[in-house]
Write a protein that binds this ligand. Structure first.
Ligand code: ADP
Length: 482
């Protein structure tokens, strides 16, 4: 199959969260499976310097953006079999200190930046010589691609235009811009209404993806059901219910080439389920790195997260306040809202022997936290898929998760299946429920046999990408045969 994927972030070139990991791994896996895969992404600052093998293609772009015509270059790289990555080089839009925000505030021209990017994707879909059959786009930043392709098919006789698949990684971020930005699309007003991409007098890029794609997927089966309800639908539940026959929930996979405990350049000591000594040393190293007392008897809880309301970092603060009288340690790596950042920094100052916090984004440290912690906290309000709980399982670190979205789909609680239990789940979104889950963890920690049982089950759980990519292939085939 010939598949063109597009995303505003792709690991290892750019990343703000799980979207980058997912798209990078999907593209790589499909390419290795023998498909012809292209992947389009913006060329952000620093990528050219880090990947000197990038070459400029002879594709030049000069596309309308409202009243302007904006030029860009296309650079490319072939990082693995079957995969070509196309980078859109447009310095005015993409050479910025961060991907989407500055000082916690969205760039004022994000509508221009990503409407333009979506136009580049639609253009490549049409003009790449290898003629993609499927165009698979992700989240609001590329939500307009299906409507651009549809419009060109209808007006410009693009006979065999590709089928489109749209994946929702987080329904809460919709790319909802003032209606005054609609002319940037250069589409006629026919699409700007209740049935199209208009949403309460705004241009809603997420809604465009949902309405105009041939199939919609999201990143776990449970989240697929949740987003069709008023509670989790973020105002788009009715639109999603309307398209439920082509809505699929596919759990993300894990790139075990990167996220493993045996051949991992970020870990000083490797380990396996059968020989866990290395994990104990990684824990001591982590305690040292964070300036906490090195003590193998204290259960160490870790968390790597965007400090955003979604992640339940508020109830986590409350539950820690309640539990810190006990003999536990907690390490955090995260960044985001300045209120949460300072609340966690304050907590660490009050409990210097028990709590340590790093504000920032650090890929290497995230591996060391996964390896060195005994338990991993994910008390999310909602979680489309979540990757860290799956990384934790593979690292023999027991995830403590709220029963929502992909967290519920990927972790097994003792109440569901004692033989295969690999984590702790709680349902109510409250300080009390999370504190109770932490207490359960402390009980497990005291019993070496039970602890080993959980760890072994976790390390055996298999979320490899081959299975996930195969589920996407089935969706592609379905839309091609429709
Ligand atoms: P989301 O995409 O909602 O942020 P996911 O759990 O799907 O959440 O993916 C988060 C990804 O980003 C994981 O790979 C996680 O390790 C990584 N991550 C989040 N915050 C940081 C950070 N501060 N430093 C390093 N990695 C981070």
């Amino acid at each position: 199959m010939k598949i063109l994927i597009a995303s505003s972030e792709v690991h290892p070139y750019s990343k703000s969260g799980g979207l980058a990991d997912m798209v990078g791994a999907l593209a790589k896996t499909l390419g290795r499976a023998g498909h012809e895969v292209g992947l389009v992404t913006p060329l952000y600052s620093g990528i050219l310097e880090k990947y000197p093998n990038l070459v400029q293609t002879d594709i030049g772009l000069a596309l309308p953006l409202g009243a302007r015509r904006v030029q860009a270059e296309v650079w490319s790289l072939q990082p693995s079999p079957g995969l070509t990555v196309y980078f859109i080089k447009q310095p005015e839009f993409y050479f910025r200190p961060s991907l989407y925000t500055e000082g916690g505030v969205d760039y004022a021209d994000n509508s221009q930046r990503f409407i333009y990017f979506s136009k580049c994707v639609a253009h490549l879909a049409r003009h790449l010589p290898w003629k993609p059959e499927i165009v698979h786009v992700h989240d609001w930043q590329t939500g307009l691609v299906p409507v651009f392709i549809l419009h060109e098919r209808l007006t410009e006789g693009w006979g065999t235009s590709p089928r489109t698949v749209y994946t929702i990684h987080n329904l809460a971020y919709q790319g909802n811009f003032p209606g005054a930005d609609y002319p940037l699309t250069n589409l006629p007003l026919d699409y700007y209404n209740y049935h199209g991409l208009e949403f309460y007098a705004h241009l809603n890029c997420m809604k465009a993806g949902i309405v105009y794609s041939d199939a919609i997927t999201t990143v776990s089966p449970r989240y697929a059901r949740e987003i069709m309800t008023g509670t989790h639908g973020c105002g788009l539940d009715a639109v999603l219910r309307h398209r439920q026959e082509v809505l699929y929930g596919i759990l993300n996979g894990v790139d075990y080439e990167e996220w493993n405990t045996q051949t991992n350049p970020h870990l000083k000591h490797s380990y396996t389920a059968a020989a866990l000594e290395g994990k104990a040393i990684d824990k001591a190293e982590l305690q040292k790195e964070y300036g906490l007392p090195v003590d193998s008897n204290v259960p160490l809880f870790g968390n790597i997260t965007r400090l955003a309301e979604q992640k339940g970092v508020d109830i986590q603060l409350g539950a820690l306040e309640e539990m810190l009288a006990a003999n536990i340690q907690f390490v955090l790596l995260g960044s985001g809202s300045s209120d949460y950042e300072s609340a966690y920094v304050k907590l660490a100052k009050r409990y210097p022997e028990k709590v340590a916090v790093r504000i920032g984004f650090d890929q290497g440290l995230s591996h060391r936290i996964e390896a060195g912690s005994d338990f991993f906290l994910m008390p999310s309000r909602y979680e489309p898929c979540g990757l860290n709980q799956m990384y934790s399982l593979r690292y023999g670190t027991i995830p403590i998760v709220r029963m929502t979205g992909g967290l519920d789909d990927s972790v097994v609680d003792i109440s569901e299946d004692a033989d295969h239990a690999n984590g702790i789940k709680f349902e109510e979104f409250s300080v009390r429920a999370l504190a109770k889950a932490i207490r359960k963890a402390m009980v497990i920690y005291q019993d070496a046999d039970i602890l080993r049982h959980y760890r072994e089950n976790g390390m055996q759980a298999d979320f490899s990408w081959d299975r996930t990519a195969e589920e996407y292939r089935i969706v592609y085939e379905e839309v091609l045969n429709r």
